[in-house]
Write a protein that binds this ligand. Sequence first.
Ligand code: A2P
Length: 338
Amino acid sequence: KKYNVAVVGATGAVGETLISILEERDFPVNELFPLASERSAGSKIQFRGKSVTVQNLADFDFSKADIGLFSAGGSISEIYAPKAGAAGCIVIDNTSQFRYDEDIPLVVPEVNPEAIAGYKTRNIIANPNCSTIQMLVALKPIHDKVGITRINVATYQAVSGTGKEAIEELAAQTAALLNGKEAECNVYPKQIAFNALPHIDVFLDNGYTKEEMKMSWETKKIMDPAIEVNATCVRVPVFYSHSEAVHLETREPITVEEVRELIRNAPGAVLMDERKDGGYPTAVGDSAGKDEVLVGRIRKDISHPNGIDMWIVGDNVRKGAALNSIQIAEVLIKDYLS
Ligand code: A2P
């Protein structure tokens, strides 16, 4: 069986990757509908060697699509995802718009694929936040074995998570500064080139940013409501792939070698952990462009009896967004639609 697939936000950083991953994984696409704003309507994208015209989202009839992959921002999903769902198109939404609604499944296929069954209520499935996805792919087998009670995490997040304009801003600021010119700040409130900004998404009343709270809310919803998460999310001048310094506290003790063995066997994860120069994963060279989440720097926390430290790196546009959405779609068609 083949499916008509709409990609909402087809001209964006995630949308373009969605389309290339559909092609790469040979997803059973009958007709592809790339959708964007009226600004890009009429432009062409390439799919399976053919050129396909981008259509205006506002004019699209969602009864023509079986599956809708949404990545055009929360305010767009708020309006169009329920419309698509009501028209019989099953939406996999990459924004945070519906993630915390009780009747919406929030899914990392390696962690809670069974939650996909809940799509039927509203025809919407939410794709989690990029930082949460990569962290949970690595932590799921550890939680199953010894029970994670608390996670302290600091992230080092790439600008592609903000979108295309942010990718351009980092490139433009870097070039300007190296040429002795001033850096112009449009997307971020402070210079991102050669800097680190402890600020992702909006500030909330408790002093955390929304990105930080997403890691807590989503870990609870996807893996276990008993896990406490304390996150600090930082934007760094990296184009693709988020890195995370993760500190775990577990119910039962676990050795470094046991953690390594769990990561070796974890679906979607790869162990890259040698205690020598370069024996750890980084964004550039190891992770960007790859599907797997890479894990290294595994060690006992000297400050806590049941503490484990590790470094987790994942491509935020692929596993953190487009790939995870398509993996959800793959389970959906295999287990529910065929
Ligand atoms: P467009 O290129 O027409 O503006 P990014 O996250 O990289 O910034 O990309 C955002 C994506 O969301 C783009 O494909 C963009 O299309 C799309 N988008 C933004 N605003 C709208 C809108 N009002 N209607 C439809 N698509 C939109």
